[in-house]
Write a protein that binds this ligand. Structure first.
Ligand code: COA
Ligand code: AMP
Length: 655
């Protein structure tokens, strides 16, 4: 492609008029983003290098399929890697890989990153991968996972990363939906106490899938080598040695960068599409104004590349902003102890840490006094960011007291790509309210509506919705499924994006996200579908009917719990059947579902119209008081349910 140049004309104009991009108070910035979205995001886009400027900042010709920066051309890999090499960051660390599970540490400079990524892109190109082709990435937390994503971005291929904790069948579903031309994978992952055999899982998934990738490029890890299938599989390192580096390909700002699957209400995951231009603009804005880090600072998102947090804030956000990003292969506890996070922060001079509240609950459980913290110099640490699930006020306050830095609970989703709500510490820090994700970020015009679309008064719970258009960074559609995009997100509240979360906006405008309004649960910050688990349970030969609900868990926030009703005439041991369905979920969805408990019941409690009373079942399982629902078809069922749950350790009353 021709060399990318900065959009200097526009930049000069911005400086000349003295209107520096988005400075001022949060209130001014936010107001302007809503009143003048094109002006606001047009200025924010100055942080990005474009090879051709946009025709229109916001293209609303085909609403609700909004497009940002239509007509513009750019390349995400160029912006995340090459321009930093050209602009004096060649020798700065781009990635620090810290892996307590393999006892490895490695620093990769921007120049080295460019070399690896360009060569890997060359390997893919040799295999016929080009613009618009899909590439599936199935890798653990190693630097090669980031190289893989960036190599795709360099070529204009659309990557789809699948989290390592999913089973072969889940992988197969994603292969079928995205129809990848190639797969980039590693031979294994390392979980504490066990090696995850990625290659056999991938082989099984490909054999299950109806769409067959032509090529597999496999990174052989020393902990376990994977077998190569002649003609289809290639050794990553061998190929890299002789690869011709590939240049960045010019992409439209509106072209897809990736597809990331996330749980919906059914067994078919939703392929969230992300564009190139709007995403870069939103991420760059957030690195400075929300996460408060400057180019050169060390930033750490302790998540996984398989989740949206990994896409936005392990790989793209920090690299676009010229930060050093940490790729951490370990857990908050047990690798080797609850001081691991503090060690990484002090050793690599981390300024901002982003993780899930579960990680802090795990640390708190093992080291409630925070004694491990005393061993480390945390003086450079600035801010803790939490997201991925509701943060309970206890954990929030504990983290705040322990670390003595601002703690920011922020709310977002795979669909949105970056935060809907946060405390924008890079602009100004507002008093935190534990249990709240604070204030809307630019472009997010949030409302709480009742089912009839009537706005709720401050403090009243309802559906959390965002007035359209959503800001740049949010999904433009679902992969190959415009219809489902409209059906799932746009239909119930015309003119708004339905987040699927319920919550309140209080008198101060703070948003409190309370629960999901659908069959999605959050287990240790991982988003899972109870509907999908029900589909697995229902496929057991002895099961007539079933339900899966999320119940309270002290560590993981929620865990799934299954109820099965047996077909008449089935006279087998109930515990055996419960074990079988537990195993089925692990085998078909994966260990990440953390589905460990199921119970056989005679009947499911239902309303007279046949709706399963999940809310009441949840209250019983959590040991909370409940009222007998007026619409229940048979009140005698509930004591039976309580008894079955007590048998497996649930439904325990406090005290
Ligand atoms: N590949 C393969 N298996 C994986 C995996 C991966 N990348 N990640 C997790 N798993 C497996 C685990 O080994 C575990 O299997 P097991 O049932 O055999 O023990 C299962 O999936 C559940 O994993 P996890 O949710 O990590 O629970 P855990 O009990 O192993 O660890 C915590 C508990 C709190 C330490 C862990 O949940 C954690 O670190 N949470 C932080 C949350 C987080 O990073 N969320 C990301 C979104 S921001
Ligand atoms: P995911 O798409 O995996 O990022 O999960 C998104 C979901 O996680 C949201 O819809 C919420 O239900 C939940 N979530 C994420 N962040 C928060 C938060 N800060 N507070 C409450 N819930 C959150």
């Amino acid at each position: 492609m021709h060399r990318l140049t900065a959009n200097q004309g526009r930049r000069r104009k911005a400086y000349k008029t003295g209107k520096m991009p988005m400075s001022g108070s949060y209130a001014d910035i936010y107001k302007r983003s809503i009143a003048d979205p094109e002006g606001f995001w047009g200025e924010a886009a100055e942080a990005i290098t474009w090879s051709k400027p946009w025709d229109k900042v916001l293209d609303d010709q085909n609403a609700p399929f909004y497009r940002w920066f239509s007509g513009a051309e750019t390349n995400v890999c160029y912006n995340a890697v090459d321009r930093h090499v050209e602009n004096g960051r060649a020798d700065q660390a781009a990635i620090i890989y810290d892996s307590p599970v393999t006892d490895t540490k490695q620093t990769i400079t921007y120049k080295e990153l460019q070399d690896q990524v360009a060569r890997l892109a060359g390997v893919l190109r040799k295999q016929g991968v080009g613009k618009g082709d899909r590439v599936l990435i199935y890798m653990p937390m190693i630097p090669q996972a980031a190289y893989a994503m960036l190599a795709c971005a360099r070529l204009g291929a659309i990557h789809s990363v699948v989290f390592g904790g999913f089973a072969a069948k889940e992988l197969a579903t994603r292969i079928n939906d995205s129809a990848p031309k190639a797969v980039l994978c590693a031979s294994c992952g390392i979980e504490p106490g066990r090696v995850v055999h990625y290659k056999p899982l991938l082989d099984e998934a490909i054999s299950l899938a109806t769409s067959k990738p032509e090529t597999v490029i496999m990174y052989q890890r020393p902990q376990e080598k994977g077998s190569l299938i002649e003609g289809r599989d290639f050794d990553w390192e061998e190929e890299i040695k002789t690869a011709e580096p590939a240049e960045c390909v010019t992409m439209k700002a509106t072209d897809p960068l990736y597809v990331l699957y996330t749980s919906g209400t059914t067994g078919k995951p939703k392929g969230v599409v992300r564009d190139c231009g709007g995403y870069m603009v939103a991420l760059c804005w957030s690195m400075k104004n929300l996460y408060n880090v400057a180019p050169g600072d060390v930033y750490w998102a302790a998540s996984d590349v398989g989740w949206v947090v990994g896409h936005s804030y392990i790989v793209y956000g920090p690299l676009l902003n010229g930060n050093t990003t940490i790729i951490f292969e370990g857990k908050p506890v047990g690798t080797p102890d609850p001081g691991t996070f503090w060690r990484v922060i002090s050793e690599h001079k981390v300024k901002a840490l982003f993780t899930a509240p579960t990680a802090f609950r795990a640390i708190k459980k093992e080291d409630p006094e925070g004694s491990y913290l005393k061993k480390y110099d945390m003086s450079g640490f600035q801010t803790l960011f939490l997201a991925g699930e509701r943060c309970d006020p206890d954990t929030f306050v504990w983290a705040q007291k322990l670390l003595n830095v601002p703690v920011v609970d922020h709310w977002w989703q795979t669909e949105t790509g970056w935060a809907i709500c946060a405390n924008p510490v890079g602009i100004e820090e507002f008093p935190a309210k534990p249990g709240s994700a604070a204030l809307p970020m630019p472009g997010w015009d949030m409302k709480v509506l009742d089912p009839n679309q009537i706005p709720q008064a401050p403090g009243q719970i309802g559906a959390l919705v965002a007035k359209l258009p959503m800001p740049p960074g949010a999904m433009p559609t679902l992969w190959n499924d415009d219809e489902r995009f409209v059906e799932s997100y746009m239909k119930d509240f015309p003119g708004y994006y339905k987040t699927g979360d319920a919550g309140i906006i209080d008198e101060d405008g703070y948003i409190h996200v309370m629960s999901r309004t659908d069959d999605v649960i959050n287990v240790a910050g991982h988003r899972l579908s109870t509907g999908e688990m029900e589909e697995v349970l229902a496929s057991h030969q002895d099961v007539a009917e079933c339900a899966v609900i999320g119940v309270y868990d002290k560590l993981k926030g929620q865990v799934p719990l299954g109820f099965v009703v047996l077909k008449s005439g089935v006279d087998r041991d109930h515990h055996e059947i419960a074990h079988e369905v537990v195993k089925m979920v692990r085998d078909q969805i994966g260990p990440v579902a953390a589905f460990k408990h199921a119970t056989v019941v005679k009947r499911l409690p239902k309303t007279r119209s046949g709706k399963i009373l999940r809310g009441t079942m949840q209250k019983i399982a959590d040991g909370n008081d409940y009222n007998m629902p007026a619409t229940i078809d048979d009140p005698n069922i509930l004591p039976e349910i309580e008894e079955s749950l007590q048998d497996i350790g649930f439904a325990q009353k406090a005290g």
